[in-house]
Ligand binder design. Structure first.
Ligand code: UDX
Length: 416
């Protein structure tokens, strides 16, 4: 059992804290947000993440985790994970202020031989900035990027595809790797800069993959080809892989847009041309605009047109709407005069349009049903009864949640 500290209890920090406690370590998690810490001390997760609250309660009952607003309590920690947000600045670069302020706050508290581990996604070479602030030879600076997907973060923590640990010496990275030794996975032990870059390379690669998939799906629609079958045929090539091949209304979330932009900034700075990054971003805007265009092509002037929307989160199994393509698309539809009524299993309110308590309500008097997030439960909706409440039965299912044969049987106007 190691003594672990976690600084920042957002999505990444809380998952890391609870996951570490589940691995048997003794965890103290610190955050400046008083409300968040109070909630956590009452065993309430400040956000929705499947399984996290249950795991938190269990770890608390075993006294393996505690939460505090007092940075001084980190004094006993041998390993401290820095899990601060690094939001995107106006110029596209990542804002390191939260991270650097936190480091400044705790640097003098740390015991000799503490491992200070950067979990947050930080621009390449940020570890050097952190090192300059800490200015202590007896504190070891480690870069250990997270690869957690929201909606399955705790599962991903326990079932990682790999764990990347960057350090100045192999010995340091091996010692940090031991903390995860109960997880059966591949370890990549490397230097700090390479570890930081790995995170950006992975997320940007995935974003590029999705942009390409969305463009192929659009091409399929024009050519009357079956995108599901085309992409299945593509994904069965082991070199490509069958994951991350589902087309949608564009990719979003708190990571992809930010990370692709941040990598583009690094490439610019290093004078390395990476045109795929800007192309992926452009393709993603096109994917959202294609949804608008399809609706306008079908319905013409959208002024006063009522659209029932299913899904607001940027993907299923999360309540996160940051950079959600659903929200971007809704805003564009509203700008064209459409009236929105929406439902999401996890997002219960949003400024600027009505959010209903039940999926059935968005059908009422709608001219179009628009599916924007891939919640599995949408597939269970009794379409046959609800579509009777629509003014005109148009359906645009950007996530292919509904069975096409079922839609055809119900004689709805399928927009695609
Ligand atoms: C991502 C990375 O996957 C994770 O490794 C990293 O650490 C954080 O960023 P996350 O932002 O939680 O995770 O979302 P992810 O599951 O990757 O989905 C990103 C976006 O791509 C979502 O908008 C999702 O709907 C979309 N997506 C994903 C598709 O449109 N099709 C797919 O096949 C997969």
């Amino acid at each position: 059992m190691k003594k672990v500290g976690v600084v920042g209890v957002g999505y990444v920090g809380l998952t890391q804290a609870v996951g570490m406690a589940q691995l048997g370590h003794s965890v103290i998690a610190y955050d400046i947000d008083v409300e968040k810490i109070t909630k956590l001390n009452n065993s309430n997760s400040p956000f929705f993440e499947p399984g996290l609250e249950e795991a938190l309660i269990e770890a608390q009952s075993k006294n393996l985790i505690s939460f505090t607003n007092d940075a001084e309590t980190l004094i006993d920690a041998e390993y401290i994970f820095l899990c601060l947000p690094t939001p995107q600045d106006e110029d596209g670069s990542a804002d390191l202020n939260y991270l650097l302020e936190a480091v400044n706050e705790i640097k003098d508290i740390l015991k000799p031989n503490t491992y200070l581990i950067i979990k947050s996604t930080v621009p390449v070479n940020s570890w050097k900035q952190v090192e300059q602030i800490v200015e202590r030879e007896d504190v070891f600076l480690i870069s250990n990027p997270e690869f957690l997907r929201e909606g399955s973060a705790l599962f991903d923590f326990h079932n990682p595809d790999r764990i990347v640990i960057g350090a100045t010496t192999k010995e340091q990275s091996q010692i940090v790797a031991e903390m995860y030794s109960n997880l059966s996975t591949e370890f990549v032990l490397t230097d700090n800069t390479s570890a930081e870059l790995t995170k950006y390379a992975a997320n940007s690669f995935l974003a590029i993959k999705l942009s390409f998939v969305n463009d192929i799906a659009a091409l399929c629609e024009n050519l009357n080809a079956n995108s599901g079958e085309v992409l299945k045929g593509v994904g069965l090539d082991n070199r490509i892989g069958n994951k991350f091949l589902t087309p949608g209304p564009g990719w979003g979330g708190s990571c992809f847009p930010k990370d692709v932009n941040a990598l583009a900034r690094v490439a610019d700075r290093e004078k390395i041309m990476m045109p795929l990054l800007s192309a992926a971003i452009e393709s993603n805007v096109n994917a959202q605009n294609r949804v608008i265009q399809k609706i306008v092509d079908k319905l013409g002037d959208l002024n006063g047109i009522r659209i029932g929307v299913l899904g607001l989160a940027f993907k299923a199994n999360t309540d996160d709407t940051r950079n959600s393509p659903a929200i971007e698309i809704i805003r564009k539809l509203q700008a064209l005069g459409a009236v929105i009524s929406a439902y999401d299993p996890a997002v219960k309110a949003f400024e600027g349009f009505e959010v209903k308590n039940d999926a059935s309500e968005v059908f009422i008097d709608a001219d179009l049903l628009l599916v924007l997030t891939e919640w599995a439960e949408f597939a269970q909706i009794e379409l046959s009864s609800h579509i009777q409440n629509m003014r005109v039965v148009n359906i645009l299912d950007t996530r292919n949640i509904f069975e096409l044969d079922e839609l055809k049987k119900l004689k709805v106007n399928i927009i695609n």
